[in-house]
Design a protein around this ligand. Structure first.
Ligand SMILES: Nc1ncnc2c1ncn2[C@@H]1O[C@H](COP(=O)(O)OP(=O)(O)OP(=O)(O)O)[C@@H](O)[C@H]1O
Length: 766
C-alpha cells in the first residue's frame, strides 16, 4: 500500500489539530503557573508575617521552629508544583514541534472498528480528557509499534494479552509542526527513518532513538522479568541508547514509586557522562544518578588516599614496559582482578576473628584516653561467633561508655573556659535558662553549664568518630595481608607483588587494582553501608570490569536489579576481563541475555572492514548505509603531520563537524598534539575533560569509549604500534567512526589491517 497525496494532506491536518490542542493546554498551564508563581512570590514576601516568632521561653522557641518549618514546607510544595508544571510545559513545547513519530491502525479481535494509534514522546489527551491523541511510546499498547509488522499482533497489559491485527504502520518525520516525511512500512521499523536518523553528523550530545527503536533493542528496554539483564552488543549496536531508553521506560512504568535517586548509571568516563546528559531530559525525564566507577570508589575511600584511575593504569600498561616492576605489576593486576583473590581475602578476614586486627588510639587534645592496645584487648575478649561489623558496633558502644569519666574530668580544666566563646547564641541562651532553674549562685551555675556545653561539643566530635568506627585501622590491617607469611593460593611471584603493593600503600596510594579490594576489605571489617536506595543499576561498558569488581558491586547492591551492557570485542583491560559475565557460557543465576549483532553507527564499508579483526566470535552485521571505504595512507614519519592536516581538510569539505585523531596512548596523544597545535585549532581530551565542542579533537582511545565522531584519523596504525595484544584497542578506535576512517602507517601496516579483505579498504601510497 503506497502513500497517497491525500494521506499527506490528512496527516498534516491532524498535526495542525493536535498542535491547536497543545496550544490550549499550554495556555491553561501557563495560567496555572503564573498563579502559582505569584503565590510563591507573595509567600516569600510575607514569609515572616505568617510565622509566630517568640523566643522568650524554650517552649516558645520550639513552637517558633515548628511554625517556620510549616511555612517553609508550604512554600516548597508550591515551588515543587510549579516545577512540575514547568516540566509539563517543556514536554508540550517539544510535542508542538513534533507531536508523534508513528502510527499504527490496530483492530482488536472481537472489535468492529480499528483504532488509529499515534505514538510520541508523551501521552496527550483531547480537551475532554477522554481520547488519546497521542500515546506515550512507553505505554503497553505502543510496543505494537516496535515489535510487529503488518498482520497478527498482540501486547500485554495488566497480565492480559490483547490480540488483534495491524492494518497500517506509518512513520512520520515532523519538524516545527510540518510534515517532512511519511513512510508506510511493512517491516517492523522501516529503513528510511533509520537511514534518516543515522545519516546525520555526529554530535557532542547523544540523541534519543525513540522513533526508530529496533525490536531487539525494545526487548532490552522493556525487560522486567529477570534480576540481571546481560547485553552483549557489538560496537555501535545501540547499547547505550537502549540503556537510556530503558531508564526512561522504567521511570514511566514505575512513576509512582521510582524517582531519579533510585536509579544509578555507571559510565566509563566523565566525557561520556557529559555526552549522554541530554537524552533523558529530551524524553521528558530527569537525569538519574550518574557516576563513573572511579568517582564512586573515590567518594567512598575518602581523601586520605590517592586512588589511581583506570586510565592511568592503562597508560602504565601500554607505555611502561621498561619499568623494572612491569611484570610484577601486570601479574598483580591480573591476580587482584580475580575471584581467587577475593576468596583469599575472605579467608584472611575470617582469620582476623582470632587476631591481627589493628586499631587507633582514642585521643583528646593530644592525650591518649584509650590506647589501641586497650581496644584490641577488648575486641578480642568478645565472643568469636559475633560477626566483625557487629563486634565493631559493640566496641564503639564500649568506647562511648568509657569516655564518660574523661568527659567529666575535662569540665574543670582551664582550657575549657577559653573555648566558651566558640559556642553559639543558642547555647548561651540555654545556659542562662538552665542556670535560672537551679536556684543557687546564678553566675557559677551559668559558667558550669557553659563549660559542660563546651566539653559536650568537643566530645561530641569524638563520639561521632567512634560511631563512624574510625578507631579501626583498616589500612594497617589491610597491609598486613601483604606481610603475612604462608598465605595459600597466591601466584608464584606473590612476594614481589607484596613488596610492590606495600610500596604503594606506604605512600597512601591505592593503585586501581588495589582500590576495590581495599574498599571491600574495609567493608568486611566495619560494614559497608549497602546501597538500598538504588533499585536499578545500569553499567555501561561492563566488559571493562573485573570479576572482583563485579562481585564487589553485587555485594554492595544486594537487592538491586542490574543491567550490564558491554562488548567483549572492546574489552581493553585485557588483564581483567577473562571472567566477565558478558562472556557467554558463564553461568549467572536468574538472568536474561540479549545479544545485539547489528551495528548502526558506522557505514557499511567501515563495519565490513572492522568485523574482520573483531576479537570475539559474535556475528557482526552492517547496517546498510553507504560511504567511502576506509583509507590506509602509507607515508614516511615526517609526512605524518601534513597527512593529518590534509585528512582534516578533506573531512571538513565533506561537511563533517567532529573529526577525531584517536591515539593508542596519552603519550602518543601528547606527541601528535604538539605537532598539530600551532598549525590548527585542536582540542586535546584528557581524563579530566568533562565536555567537548564540535571541531577537531585528539584523544587516547580509552577515553573515546562509548563516543562517536564523523571521521576518525588513526595517526599510527603500523605493526610496531598495534600488536596482537592491542586488538581490542584498535577495534575500539576504528569503530568510533560514523562516516569516514583513515589510518596512517609509517611502516608495515598492523596485522589487523592485513587481516581484512583487501577490497574492504583503500591503500594509498607505496
Ligand atoms: N534504533 C536506532 N535508531 C537510531 N539510531 C540508532 C539506533 N540504535 C543505535 N543508533 C545510533 O547508533 C549509534 C551507536 O549507538 P550507541 O552508542 O548506543 O551504541 P553502543 O552499542 O553503545 O556502541 P559502543 O559499544 O561502540 O560504544 C548512535 O549514534 C545511536 O544514535
Amino acid at each position: 500500500m503506497g502513500v497517497e497525496p491525500n494521506d499527506w494532506h490528512e496527516e498534516q491536518r491532524r498535526i495542525d489539530l493536535v498542535a491547536e490542542e497543545i496550544g490550549k493546554k499550554e495556555t491553561k498551564l501557563y495560567a496555572k503557573a503564573t498563579g502559582l508563581k505569584e503565590d510563591v512570590i507573595e509567600i516569600r514576601k510575607t514569609f515572616w508575617d505568617d510565622v509566630t516568632v517568640n523566643l522568650d521561653e524554650p517552649d516558645d522557641v520550639i513552637e517558633t521552629q515548628a511554625s517556620i518549618k510549616q511555612q517553609a514546607e508550604f512554600l516548597a510544595e508550591k515551588e515543587r508544583f510549579h516545577g512540575k508544571i514547568g516540566e509539563e510545559l517543556k514536554v508540550l513545547k517539544r510535542m508542538k514541534k513534533s507531536p508523534y513519530f508513528g502510527r499504527i491502525d490496530f483492530k482488536e479481535r472481537e472489535e468492529e472498528l480499528e483504532d488509529k494509534l499515534y505514538i510520541g514522546i508523551s501521552s496527550l489527551l483531547d480537551e475532554k480528557d477522554e481520547e488519546f491523541l497521542v500515546y506515550d511510546w512507553r505505554a503497553p499498547i505502543s510496543s505494537l509499534y516496535y515489535d510487529y509488522a503488518l498482520g497478527e499482533a498482540s501486547y500485554e497489559v495488566m497480565d492480559n494479552t490483547v490480540k488483534g491485527h495491524i492494518t497500517l504502520k506509518r512513520q512520520f518525520i515532523i519538524r516545527d509542526g510540518k510534515l517532512k516525511g511519511l513512510f508506510d512500512t511493512g517491516i517492523t521499523i522501516g529503513d528510511e527513518m533509520l537511514q534518516e536518523a543515522l545519516g546525520h553528523n555526529a554530535s557532542t550530545e547523544m540523541k534519543n532513538i525513540v522513533a526508530t527503536i529496533q525490536t531487539e533493542q525494545n526487548r532490552i528496554i522493556r525487560e522486567e522479568r529477570s534480576k540481571l539483564l546481560l547485553v552483549q552488543g557489538v560496537a555501535g549496536s545501540g547499547k547505550t541508547s537502549a540503556a537510556l531508553q530503558r531508564i526512561a521506560y522504567l521511570m514511566y512504568r514505575y512513576r509512582e514509586d521510582l524517582n531519579p535517586e533510585n536509579v544509578l548509571l555507571l559510565s566509563p568516563n566523565p566525557l561520556f557522562t557529559g555526552y549522554i546528559r541530554n537524552v533523558l531530559p529530551e524524553l521528558g525525564e530527569s537525569n538519574v544518578r550518574q557516576n563513573t566507577f572511579l568517582e564512586y570508589l573515590r567518594e567512598r575511600i575518602g581523601e586520605a588516599y590517592t586512588v589511581e584511575s583506570p586510565f592511568a593504569q592503562m597508560e602504565y600498561v601500554l607505555t611502561q614496559e621498561n619499568n623494572q616492576d612491569y611484570q610484577t605489576r601486570l601479574s598483580s593486576m591480573e591476580f587482584k582482578a580475580t575471584l581467587d583473590f577475593k576468596k583469599l581475602m575472605d579467608q584472611y578476614v575470617g582469620g582476623l576473628q582470632k587476631g591481627g586486627l589493628y586499631f587507633k588510639d582514642i585521643s583528646f587534645r593530644g592525650e591518649v584516653l584509650i590506647s589501641r592496645e586497650g581496644i584490641q584487648e577488648y575486641f578480642y575478649s568478645l565472643d568469636e561467633s559475633v560477626s566483625l561489623p557487629n563486634k565493631m558496633e559493640l566496641v564503639a558502644k564500649w568506647l562511648i561508655s568509657e569516655l564518660k569519666p574523661f568527659q567529666k574530668q575535662e569540665i574543670k580544666k582551664d582550657w575549657v573556659i577559653e573555648k566558651v566563646e566558640l559556642l553559639d547564641k543558642e547555647a548561651y541562651l540555654k545556659a542562662y535558662y538552665e542556670a535560672q532553674k537551679l536556684d543557687e549562685d546564678m553566675f557559677i551555675n551559668e559558667e558550669l553549664v557553659l563549660r559542660k556545653a563546651v566539653v559536650r561539643k568537643m566530645f561530641g566530635t569524638l563520639r561521632k568518630q567512634i560511631e563512624n568506627l574510625e578507631f579501626v585501622n583498616s589500612m594497617k590491617s589491610f597491609k598486613q595481608l601483604f606481610i603475612t607469611d604462608g598465605i595459600k593460593g597466591t601466584p608464584e611471584n606473590w612476594k614481589a607483588i607484596c613488596k610492590l603493593t606495600l610500596e604503594h600503600l606506604s605512600k597512601d596510594y591505592l593503585s586501581w587494582e588495589d582500590a576495590t579490594p581495599y574498599l571491600y576489605f574495609k567493608g568486611r571489617l566495619i560494614g559497608d553501608g549497602q546501597e538500598r536506595a538504588v533499585r536499578h543499576l545500569l553499567i555501561d561498558e561492563a566488559q571493562d570490569y573485573s570479576s572482583f569488581q563485579f562481585a564487589f558491586i553485587r555485594h554492595l547492591f544486594p537487592y538491586t536489579r542490574m543491567t550490564l551492557l558491554g562488548d567483549i570485542n572492546q574489552a581493553i583491560y585485557v588483564n581483567v576481563t577473562s571472567h566477565n559475565p558478558l562472556v557467554p557460557g558463564l553461568q549467572e543465576a536468574d538472568h536474561e541475555r540479549i545479544t545485539l549483532t547489528k551495528s548502526y553507527r558506522s557505514t557499511k564499508q567501515i563495519t565490513m572492514f572492522t568485523k574482520a579483526f573483531a576479537p570475539g566470535e559474535e556475528e557482526i552485521e552492517a547496517f546498510n548505509r553507504d560511504g567511502d571505504k576506509p583509507k590506509v595512507l602509507r607515508l614516511s614519519e615526517w609526512e605524518q603531520k601534513q597527512a593529518i592536516l590534509a585528512e582534516r581538510a578533506s573531512n571538513l569539505e565533506k561537511g563533517h563537524e567532529m573529526i577525531a585523531v584517536i591515539c593508542k596512548t596519552l603519550q602518543e596523544t601528547e606527541n601528535v598534539y604538539k605537532q598539530l597545535k600551532d598549525e590548527v585549532q585542536i582540542t586535546k581530551i584528557t581524563e579530566e575533560t568533562y565536555g567537548f565542542s564540535k571541531g577537531f579533537l585528539i584523544l587516547p582511545v580509552y577515553l573515546a569509549k562509548g563516543i562517536e565522531f564523523d571521521a576518525v584519523i588513526i595517526p599510527n596504525a603500523s605493526s610496531e604500534q598495534y600488536r596482537e595484544e592491542d586488538r581490542t584497542l584498535f577495534y575500539t578506535a576504528c569503530t568510533r567512526a560514523m562516516h569516514d576512517l583513515t589510518m596512517l602507517v609509517q611502516a608495515e601496516p598492523c596485522r589487523f589491517i592485513l587481516e581484512s579483505e583487501e577490497d574492504t579498504y583503500e591503500m594509498v601510497g607505496v
